[in-house]
Design a protein around this ligand. Structure first.
Ligand code: TYM
Length: 335
């Protein structure tokens, strides 16, 4: 076991960064840079599991890299890289396909959600996607994987794959990682149109999510139009039970300001959404406006972004190479 904490996490470079990604994962990645050795990557191979527009993919990778740096990921302190630049991810994923059980993967709720009624027409990659995710994590012997609640099951599957591989081949190679989920409602930021489904880049309604690139007016408008109920905010968190939209907005407020749900309600109890929504829009603008400004700066210099990513990929490749070689040796394929 590595004695040091090592953090690995990824994000798909599609659809731009939204508030769910930011509160559920990225801002926690930023904080973890002070505590651990961190590797963060653009999961572009994962993006191939659904329809791809080849012209857009490369641009999306740069755009997401710029968004991560603008949000506070520091490529000097953390290793920031592009998954497809490192063939070891794909190679290890194939080795692990021999370890992962069909039944385990078939239980993944994200596969069920994404394939929906169209399982037969879904790509094979969409089904085996969590095995590639396991390879991403195990290649670097991550101890902690900061993700939103929706990815917890994939990290638990990674643990099962690590333990089975070590047992089957009688090695002490893979480190079973811990999912690291944020507290409060940041772990699961919900759609602004429906408090029962998560905020997601695939939701057809633009009004359901807030993007890092939204203007201050767009942010205010999306919050103003967010679905709510007619009741005032309660004094006690239990009073939010059965009110998913109210709970979501209070949770977002607390995740942005760093306050607990109790503290937020302490200030707004008895007030209606007519008062709460402008206050929420204000704290969101306060969070997002400076990040957006920095994003514009990085966008202007794609060559510098490419250089930073190439540097990160070289460092990641070096860290992962010994693990892949040991995995080959463990299964009897000398390296
Ligand atoms: P992705 O690209 O869908 O999301 C990136 C991160 O954002 C979190 N997230 C949310 N958190 C709270 N509320 C939401 N509404 C919300 N929406 C997204 C996700 O949990 C995630 O942490 N499979 C991963 C990418 C991946 C990965 C990995 C992650 C590939 N390999 C290895 C960790 C380790 C994904 O599609 O995330």
């Amino acid at each position: 076991m590595p004695d040091k904490m090592r953090v690995v996490s990824g994000i798909q470079p599609t659809g731009g960064l939204h508030l769910g990604n930011l509160l559920g994962a990225i801002l926690r990645w930023v904080r973890m840079q002070d505590e651990a050795q961190c590797l963060f990557f653009l999961a572009d191979l994962h993006a191939l599991t659904v329809d791809v527009d080849p012209k857009e993919l490369a641009a999306n990778v740069r755009e997401m890299a710029a968004a991560l740096i603008a949000s506070g990921i520091d490529p000097a302190r953390s290793i920031l890289f592009q998954q497809s630049a490192i063939p070891a991810h794909s190679e290890l994923a194939w080795i692990l396909q021999g370890t992962a059980r069909w039944g385990w993967v078939n239980r993944m709720t994200q596969w069920k959600d994404k394939a929906g009624k169209n399982r037969e027409g879904s790509s094979v990659g969409l089904f085996t996607y969590p095995v590639l995710q396991a390879a991403d994590i195990l290649l670097y012997k991550a101890t902690h994987v900061p993700v939103g609640e929706d990815q917890k099951q994939h990290v638990e599957l990674t643990r099962d794959i690590a333990i089975k591989f070590n047992t089957d081949f009688d090695v002490d190679l893979f480190v079973p990682p811990e999912p690291f989920i944020g507290g409060g409602t940041a772990a699961r930021v919900m759609s602004l149109r429906d408090g029962r489904s998560k905020m997601s880049k695939t939701d057809p309604s633009e009004m359901s999510r807030i993007h890092l690139t939204d203007s201050n007016d767009e942010i205010a408008q999306k919050i103003r139009k967010a679905k709510t109920d007619p009741d005032p905010l309660p004094a006690d968190p239990a009073g939010l039970d059965g009110r998913p939209e109210a709970k979501n907005l209070v949770g977002i407020y607390g995740a942005v300001t760093g306050e607990s749900v109790e503290q937020v309600l302490g200030r707004f109890a008895g007030q209606g959404f007519g008062a709460f929504k402008p206050a929420l829009a204000e704290v969101l603008v306060g969070l997002l406006q400076p990040l957006r400004g920095r994003l514009d700066e990085f966008r202007r210099d794609p060559a510098e972004l490419d250089r930073l990513l190439a540097d990160g990929s070289a460092r990641a490749a070096e860290l992962g190479a010994p693990t892949l070689a040991e995995a080959y040796r463990a299964v009897g394929l000398p390296r």
